[in-house]
Design a binder for this molecule. Structure first.
Ligand code: ASP
Ligand code: MG
Length: 421
């Protein structure tokens, strides 16, 4: 059996839903688990709804919820206009479930609230896709991933309990897969107590990998609006090259350094079972795209990853001590406590520098904490450029018109923190 994953852009309107149906029907064996994300930008809208609900801003709450509801209703209307017998009853049940939450006082844990509300993006999109497939004569079954993917109660960042998850997935899906295509949600899971959790933003790829791992799938295909994995994001680079074949190791490295094409947690569960991952275009489903698998050869082209809006922070111990184990452990403790990810770090005898995403909700508090123990200097408005399989020419190329503040090289990877001149 195979796992297909469709992201938000692939189900953003009625025409896209029809295209997804066409792609599913092309698969001859139809032993498919289809993992679908929330439609279009629904997750962002549901986040706004959650913030409004948490701050008890009823006007904004009403506005954001109407926006989400209307968006889905217009997609359903358009699908219904072209097809008889669409049953969207379950979608209206989901609307009612969201409205019931919004009528109550919010729970004290905002992250729990977030997961209960934001997860409906995936629930609703899969209900719509499933209704459409059924009405157009494809035998598909809607399965609730909140009951299959078991996580701990780290809301918004659920940690998968693999044993239970695989048991539930096998017990529920193995039989169903004989006759029908299974439609389920990305991004969502649930705790032992039946509360919904989510796996972190963009986590639907990871969900697809979880299903594939537990079911020993023959392969996973992530259908995207790009032709496959490119050696750079076309947003920042004119001449990109499609990578046809990529090793798990390179894919993990690229995702780790910030290539957004695949969620970083996706590869490991597949690698452990040697399951290949295809990244293909839903716009051009005949093209082969990229295959990620147990290959040993290195990428033949350098890959470029750009992280914008970086902040380079340098810490200097106030007591003129050296940067050694005790200082480092205090520094890492602060970053871990504050939930700030370090994109790059470098130390000298008397200073320690890190590059981080300049997030307004995290950085001011982080700086306050660091200033308790260190003299802190920083630079904003920077870019972090990572080149995997670099050579000097590629470095010169990305440095044109930029000043370099920091450089770090390992055998295959160079990272540069730069400022526009
Ligand atoms: N809908 C979720 C998000 O936008 C999960 C995903 O798309 O992968 O983050
Ligand atoms: Mg997405």
């Amino acid at each position: 059996m195979q796992v297909f994953k469709f992201g938000g852009a692939s189900v953003k309107d009625a025409a896209s839903v029809r295209n997804v149906s066409t792609i599913i029907r092309r698969e001859p064996a139809r032993k498919l688990v289809v993992v679908v994300s929330a439609m279009g930008k629904t997750t962002n809208a549901l986040e706004e709804l959650t913030w409004a609900y948490l701050r008890r801003d009823e006007e904004a709450q009403q506005r954001f919820w109407q926006q989400v509801r209307n968006y889905h209703e217009s997609i359903m209307q358009e699908l219904a206009a072209g097809e008889q017998g669409l049953d969207f009853g379950s979608v209206y049940d989901s609307f009612a479930a969201v409205e019931a939450i919004l009528e109550d006082e919010p729970d004290a844990n905002p992250d729990l609230v977030y997961d209960q509300l934001v997860s409906f993006g995936e629930v609703i999109s899969t209900q719509i896709v499933n209704a459409y497939l059924n009405a157009t004569g494809l035998d598909s079954i809607w399965v609730d991933a909140r009951r299959l993917i078991r996580t701990d109660n780290s809301f918004r960042e659920g940690n998968v309990r693999w044993d239970r998850t695989c048991t539930f997935i096998e017990q529920t899906l193995l039989d169903l897969l004989h006759g029908s295509v299974v439609i389920t949600q990305g991004f969502v899971g649930g705790t032992t107590h039946g509360e919904t959790t989510t796996l972190g933003r963009e986590g639907s790829d990871y969900s697809a990998a979880i299903f594939a791992h537990c079911l020993n799938a023959k392969g996973v295909t992530i259908w995207k609006d790009v032709p496959g994995v490119l050696n750079a994001d076309p947003k920042w680079f004119d001449e990109t090259v499609l990578i046809e074949q990529l090793s798990y190791q390179d894919a993990i490295e690229l995702a780790y350094y910030g290539a957004t094409v695949i969620h970083p947690k996706t590869i490991k569960p597949l690698q452990n079972k040697n399951i290949p991952l295809w990244v293909r275009s839903f716009v051009n489903p005949d093209a082969r795209g990229t295959v990620i698998g147990p290959f040993t050869d290195h990428l033949r082209v350098p890959s470029f990853i750009f992280k914008m809006d970086q902040m380079l922070i340098s810490l200097h111990p106030r007591d003129f001590s050296f940067i050694a184990e005790d200082n480092l452990s205090r520094i890492f403790g602060v970053f871990a406590d504050m939930g700030v990810r370090i994109n790059l770090m470098q130390n000298t005898a008397i200073s320690f520098s890190v590059s981080i995403d300049n997030k307004p909700d995290k950085v001011p508090a982080l700086l306050e904490r660091l200033k308790e123990d260190f003299r802190v200097t920083y630079n904003e408005g920077l870019e972090l450029i990572t080149i995997r399989y670099y050579d000097e020419a590629t470095i010169d190329r990305v440095l044109t018109g930029k000043r370099m503040l920091l450089e770090q090289k390992s055998r295959y990877t160079v990272q540069l923190v730069v400022k526009n001149l």
